[in-house]
Ligand binder design. Structure first.
Ligand SMILES: [Ca+2]
Length: 515
């Protein structure tokens, strides 16, 4: 208001009514500035949403979830998100496979409604997505890293995505339509590019940023700095590494995801998938070649071969996770250093879980526990109680609605999930879902047949409709957490099976499943 005095002096030489008009005009401008400032503060107070998403990250490979790998391969930065936010123990995917899961996250709809039932085909980007809705609501939107939906990303102010699966080294990133080659380790580069975008973004708008890593998807090529990590520690084998699939239907025995027989030379680093620079190749060869030659010379067979494959696989997988965790540390540090941390919600998840040798498997797809569950850690400063956990049945179909709710945006009625914000505020609604519907469509992928089912967290009912199988499975997860014995048809469980069968029908109607 200091200028008012100056103005008075300035216009005191003018006519008195002219002076009054100018003063009125000046006050009007001041009021406008005040309103504009208040509006900007409201804009700034809408939280930023940082969604960090990985590919094929098993819960057991995040130390915050505990388990036998937690001490061997700690993930301190992921654990920090859990320690400062909420860890969800039962985030269940609707369809445990890469592209479909990503489509569910973007649309808040099951695969049969968003059209992305399998990894084949291209995502219909003309449909309603959460990125479009948030952009319309005034958010600046960006996706950097793995996209895996073939069609050009829509609803983003900025996209910078790998082509298809991408590779672990020297990736090409399609950057707003232009192909740009990078040299280095892809997990590091995706973070570099994410931080670059954060620095140059429009600081007047809140952001919705999807930072999506390729890792730890196969074929597991570690960062050069992690070659040799975990070599000196004994990694426990899962109790079901050698599994004969008895006690269940014929379905799991038909798998083609065996660490023993299907994992193949490129997943075991006898062949490399990335196009290396000469220096990178030299370091890979220096580490892997002598070990590979020793393994070939030993001519291992049977269980010994399975065990060797498992240890080769799990070490490379954990090395890839280690680079993810380090890069999450870089992201969190940037939020701290810039002061963004206090108004940025950080969400960590993966497109599904993964088999780390249980039942002798790598890969995902099955409705069994390890691939049905996906990690979910959310830090919402001053809203979510640090170090809290939730046992509610939540799902990747809830993510879109959660993002919209956080942004205080309208949630379209055709989305099929539910916002997690009440849970994040510490209150699970009494009518929160008690059962979860699952549906896998990619017939024959890694030998996994089409199947669908329901679980309430304690029991699980699975239907394999393929005419050659035409079978069901039922598991009591409390008494049989490793899902080794189907009790379908067991009179002891007749009532529960009947109830779950009815619930399955009800859920299929609720979610508008036609097939
Ligand atoms: Ca995946």
């Amino acid at each position: 208001m200091k200028k008012t005095g100056g103005m008075k002096i300035c216009i005191s030489i003018g006519k008195s009514h002219h002076y009054a008009m100018i003063r009125l005009h000046y006050h009007f401008v001041c009021l406008c500035l005040l309103f504009a400032s208040a509006f900007c503060n409201a804009e700034a107070s809408r939280p930023n949403i940082l969604f960090i998403f990985t590919d094929d990250h098993a819960l057991k490979a995040i130390s915050a979830y505990g388990g036998p790998l937690a001490e061997i391969a700690p993930t301190p930065h992921l654990d920090r998100i859990a320690r400062e936010g909420m860890l969800f123990r039962h985030c269940l995917v609707t369809n445990s496979i890469c592209a479909p899961s990503r489509a569910v996250v973007l649309t808040g709809k099951y695969s049969h409604l968003n059209g992305q039932r399998t990894n084949k085909g291209s995502f219909d980007g003309s449909q309603q997505t959460v990125s479009k809705l948030l952009r319309t609501a005034g958010y600046q939107t960006a996706i950097i890293g793995k996209w895996h939906l073939k069609s050009t990303p829509t609803g983003f102010d900025h996209f910078e995505v790998l082509k298809g699966q991408g590779q672990y080294y020297n990736p090409m990133l399609i950057t707003n339509g232009k192909n740009i080659n990078h040299t280095g380790y892809t997990t590091d580069i995706i973070t570099d590019q994410t931080l670059k975008w954060l620095k140059k973004r429009d600081h007047q708008k809140p952001f919705f940023l999807m930072c999506q890593h390729k890792a730890p998807h196969g074929r597991w090529e570690p960062a050069l700095r992690h070659l040799g990590d975990f070599d000196d520690v004994e990694i426990p084998e899962p109790p079901t590494l050698i599994d004969d699939y008895s006690g269940r239907s014929a379905a799991p025995a038909g798998h083609e995801m065996g660490i023993a027989e299907h994992i193949g030379p490129s997943r075991l680093m006898f062949r490399y998938s990335s196009k290396f620079t000469p220096e990178q190749l030299k370091m890979f060869d220096a580490y892997f070649r002598p070990r590979n030659e020793a393994a070939q010379k030993a001519k291992l067979t049977g269980k010994e071969r399975t065990r060797w494959n498992y240890h080769r696989y799990i070490r490379n997988y954990l090395r890839c996770v280690k680079a993810v965790d380090e890069n999450i540390g870089r992201m969190l540090k940037y939020l701290d250093d810039t002061g963004l941390a206090k108004n940025t919600i950080v969400i960590y998840s993966s497109d599904q879980g993964f088999w780390l040798g249980e039942h002798g498997w790598f890969d995902k797809r099955w409705m069994y526990e390890e691939s049905l569950h996906t990690p979910l850690l959310i830090r919402w400063p001053s809203v979510t109680k640090p170090g809290s956990t939730s046992d509610a049945l939540v799902s990747n179909v809830d993510f879109a609605q959660t993002f919209l709710d956080i942004a205080n945006s309208k949630i379209p009625a055709d989305m099929q999930g539910r916002s997690l914000t009440p849970l994040l505020r510490g209150k699970t609604p009494t009518d929160w879902r008690k059962t979860h519907y699952y549906h896998y469509y990619e017939a024959g992928g890694h030998g996994v047949p089409v199947h669908y089912g329901v679980t309430d967290g304690r029991f699980k009912l699975i239907r394999f409709p393929d005419e050659k199988l035409d079978t069901w499975e039922f598991f009591d997860l409390k008494n049989d957490p490793m899902e080794l014995k189907s009790r379908y048809g067991d009179s002891e469980y007749a009532r529960t099976i009947s109830q779950l069968t009815k619930e399955l029908t009800r859920l299929r109607q609720q979610y508008k499943v036609a097939e």
